[in-house]
Design a protein around this ligand. Structure first.
Ligand code: ATP
Length: 359
């Protein structure tokens, strides 16, 4: 267990910057998740922490020690990959013991440490099986035991659950999180699955094009996204393009005058995007006069998600917002083609400078 620090860590392949100046401070026992679209540099960052990829710049410290130049086997990092990477011809016990043997751990310690690691992942009864005699979830737990058997300073998880089906993913997610807490293990996980990231992390790092865009708790990222990219990537937002005409007043490209958060997006002039979270948009058959903004529109599409319903409302020939409502007995439920009113509080309408992402 240890604190992990990345200081301006970069990786360049020729002219291409896969990772640019990433600085992170992971507290002892913290569970940090790297999140971002495909190709943003998550795996490269994790592999630099593990020692499989040499950074072209910056420093990595583990427990205060500079490990930037150390090979992987001298870093005491436990690794779990998407492909479990178990040896098919070795039993579960032998798979877990293998790394200890390679590290020349005294033979008297190997059996008890292997048993302890398998107990942690609740597989002590399956030590004599071969990997092919196990389910996907069990194989992933063997991979976890193999990482834990070293008593690592840091646990590195690279998309560890993506080979499991949806139900099993949820179970293993909780198992990993509980175990990580119990052992107080400093952990960094890479995933592109938002739900997984949001349920498992103490803090998240959102990356894009090799750079860190924002580091924070789930709430920080959702309520106070640092930029348009984060607002579009973490959770959903409807983006309307236009400009801030006056503090608290946004003029869309389609000519609508909308209330917006007076704090963000500057004091007027420049091009910007107004971002609205779907659950912060109210929808009603009558004008929403109690809200700062109320306008009429036509329902274009209704997406029934079970407990929640998405309602796509056209508010001008060029502009549309998506409101999300709870599916309550007797609640208002508009149909495609209905005229409705949508509204929001200005504090829930954030303005980000520049153009909205095309998505
Ligand atoms: P994914 O979610 O798809 O795994 P990622 O965020 O983990 O994506 P990385 O694997 O870290 O992305 O890759 C970051 C960028 O670096 C990508 O554009 C990738 O093509 C590039 N890259 C990775 N390895 C090399 C390499 N050996 N040579 C050149 N470019 C590379």
């Amino acid at each position: 267990m240890a604190r992990l620090e990345l200081d301006q860590v970069s990786k360049q392949y020729g002219d291409f910057h896969a990772v640019r100046g990433v600085t992170l401070d992971v507290a002892d026992g913290e569970f940090l998740v790297l999140l971002g679209p495909s190709g943003c540099g998550k795996t490269t960052t994790l592999r630099m922490i593990a020692g499989f990829i040499e950074p072209t710049g910056g420093a990595i410290r583990l427990g205060g020690q500079d490990v930037t130049q150390l090979p992987p086997w001298k870093r005491n990092a436990g690794l779990v990959f998407q492909s479990y990477a178990l040896f098919p011809h070795l039993t579960v016990n032998q798979n877990v013991a293998f790394g200890l043997e390679m590290r020349k751990v005294p033979s008297a310690e190997i059996a008890p440490r292997t048993a302890e690691a398998l107990r942690l992942v609740q597989l002590e009864h399956l030590g004599d099986r071969l990997p092919r005699q196990l389910s996907g979830g069990q194989q992933q737990r063997v991979a976890l035991a193999r990482a834990l058997v070293f008593h690592p300073d840091v646990l590195l998880l690279d998309e560890p659950l993506s080979n499991l089906d949806a139900k099993l993913r949820q179970e293993v997610r909780l198992e990993i999180r509980e175990l990580q807490r119990k052992l107080g293990l400093t952990t960094v996980m890479v995933t592109h699955d938002q739900e997984e990231a949001l349920t498992m992390a103490d803090r998240l790092v959102v990356m894009s094009e090799g750079e860190v865009r924002q580091v924070g708790t789930q709430r920080d990222l959702y309520e106070r996204p640092s930029d348009r990219f984060v607002a579009g990537f973490v959770g959903r937002s409807s983006f309307l393009e236009g400009h801030v005409e006056a503090p608290g007043l946004f003029r869309t490209a389609g000519g609508l005058a909308l209330g917006c958060d007076g704090q963000g997006g500057g004091q007027g002039g420049g091009q910007g995007s107004l971002a609205l979270r779907p659950e912060r948009i109210s929808i009603s058959p009558a004008p929403l006069t109690e809200l700062d903004t109320t306008l009429e529109g036509t329902v274009e599409f209704v997406s029934y998600l079970g407990a929640l319903i998405d309602i796509h409302v056209r508010i001008s020939p060029e502009e549309r917002v998506v409101a999300q409502i709870a599916n309550r007995a007797g609640g208002f439920m508009p149909d495609i083609g209905n005229r409705v009113h949508v509204g929001w509080s200005s504090a829930d309408a954030r303005v980000f400078p520049g153009r909205a992402p095309t998505s």
